[in-house]
Design a protein around this ligand. Sequence first.
Ligand SMILES: Cc1cc2nc3c(=O)[nH]c(=O)nc-3n(C[C@H](O)[C@H](O)[C@H](O)COP(=O)(O)O)c2cc1C
Length: 182
Amino acid sequence: MRAVVVYESMYGNTHLVADAIGTGLSSAFEVSVIPVAHADAAILAGADLVVVGGPTHAHGMSRASTRKAAVEAADKPVSPLKVEPDALGPGLREWFGSLGRYPVMAAAFDTRVHAPAALTGRASKGVAQSLRAHGFRVIADPASFLVTRQDRLEPQETDRAREWGTRLAAQASLGQAQGAQS
Ligand SMILES: Cc1cc2nc3c(=O)[nH]c(=O)nc-3n(C[C@H](O)[C@H](O)[C@H](O)COP(=O)(O)O)c2cc1C
């Protein structure tokens, strides 16, 4: 079985989480972890499970304006942050805009600041809605992985992401078996 993890990341945190989820999924899947800028239709062809995540910007998925702000913040001389290749986009929002329909299993995740979700918002909520709108069968609740206010992944979050990936793999294997029976 094949799983594809598509991620967006400005400062590398969501990239780390995506890699850790991929490691967890590899317990049951052949896994590709792909930045959204390179996630063309050919990558999704034949995938049994698609996992999609990005950073929370302005309470939801990034936009061109928030990605620009993220790059400008990192460009300040005092900033220790480095931006990922392709940080300016396209982001997940644009990716969904050009995506077809995929009746396969899927799940959503995000990174966000470590504070109550009611205050921070969660990009994964919009990601899950967009997945459903494109025909995906979302098989897990959206998951958030937490960063500090200085944009560093909290300790344990890569372990938690790997464990989430492992659980998702088990759930997807079950879903695949049930689908084959019906
Ligand atoms: C322009 C901008 C807006 C942001 N807005 C939010 C927000 O509304 N809620 C939140 O939890 N985090 C917010 N953040 C923090 C991001 O969630 C954080 O930078 C991201 O999770 C780090 O992931 P990355 O390293 O993969 O980019 C914002 C960051 C930027 C640059």
